[in-house]
Structures are given as C-alpha cells and as structure tokens.
Design a binder for this molecule. Sequence first.
Ligand code: HEC
Length: 206
Amino acid sequence: MNRLLPLGITALAILALAMLFLLIGPALQIAPIQPPEELQPYSKAELRGRAHYVGLGCVYCHSQQPRESSQAPDQARGWGRASTPADYVYDQPHQLGTMRTGPDLFNIGQRQPSRAWQLTHLYAPRAVQPDSIMPAFPFLFETKDSADADDVVVDVPEAFRPNGEVVVARQAALDLVDYLLSLDHSYPAAHEELRDNGYRRDRDTP
Ligand code: HEC
C-alpha cells in the first residue's frame, strides 16, 4: 500500500515528460511560424474541394510532402522543393499522407494547371493515362443527352462516355479541381523561419 504514492508520482512524471516532449515542445517550436507571403489562404470553393479531397480519401494514395533530396529523389521526380512547416499553416487537417501509390500532389496546381485535364482525369483517369490504376470518380459528374447553357462540359473521349452522352461536372468536381489547382508551393522556402527553429536545409538550397 505504501508503494502507491511513489508509483503514482512516477507515472505522473512519465506522463508529464511525454507531454513536454511530444506536445508542448513541438507546439512551442511551430508557434512562431508565419505564413509565407506568397501563400494565400484557401477560398471558399477551395475549402469545399479540400473537404471532398479528405472525404474521398485521396490521401490514401497521394502524399503532399516532397522531401529533401538527401532523403528521396522527390525533386528529380518533379514534385518541387522540400516542404517546410510554414507551407502548411492553412492546412487543417493536414494531408501530408504516408502512401505514394500516385504522385505527390503538393505542387500539382503548378505541374498540371489545366482545369480541363483535371476534370477529365477525375472522371476517367485512363482516358488521359492509359495505364493508370487510380480509381475513377464518376459520381462527381453527371451524364446527359445534351448540355445546358451553364453546364461545364468535360472533354471525355467517346470510348469513355456512356452511350455517347455528354459529361458535365457537378459542383463537387469543380470545387475539388479548384483545390487541386491551388496546390502550388513553388515559391522559395521560408529560410529565416527554418533557421530560427533549428531546422537545417543543407542539401536543397545553396
Ligand atoms: C488507389 C489509389 C488512388 C486514389 C485513391 C487516388 N489516386 Fe490520384 N493517382 C493515383 C495514381 C496511381 C496516379 C498516377 C496515374 C495517373 O495519372 O492517373 C494518380 C494521379 C493523380 C493525379 C495526377 C498527378 C500527376 O502528377 O500528374 C491527380 C491530380 C490525382 N491523382 C488526384 C487525385 C484525387 C483528387 C483523388 C481523390 C479524389 C485521387 N487522386 C485518389 C492513385 C490514386
């Protein structure tokens, strides 16, 4: 019985240490980080699109975190410079991802800025990438006999259109593409902020 007190104190001390190193430390480390000037907050449409990105589980196949060239050849793959904490200030919840069944999308807005391409690819990935294993998202679209005046018609090859109907983007598809096109972090990394926080970037930058 008289060992309960030391046991309790030890347990609390372990908990407090864990909180210090895993919660308080990192929180203090990222607290002073300011958004880079070039990074814009998401618009309403982009935020709606982002919610679709989260809900549809794009993160299970796509990362959003190019790494240092000392860690992986991500820059050689054309995915852009290594990301820094400041690049994510508006990302809640972040979509860093751990799987790369498909390419990293951190700079997809810069790499593939064509709205038309993005819409076709979401409707039928194999219409633009014949050997793609990405699932199609046809429920983000509608098919009709003919398009109305304010419809956004998607450029889909005949073979991928049911009964030759026209494919029209629903709002969800338009918002999702708005979000994808907003993913452009091609501005320079925030060096000062990185140095202040003790990060080192010797490889990627002169
Ligand atoms: C099962 C895995 C998987 C899922 C889930 C998935 N993708 Fe993909 N994605 C891929 C693969 C593989 C590729 C590469 C082939 C291609 O371009 O289709 C790809 C390519 C892409 C590209 C083109 C990238 C480039 O560099 O050209 C975009 C944009 C994209 N996906 C967006 C999305 C979005 C948005 C979602 C969620 C709605 C999603 N993906 C869900 C596997 C996936």
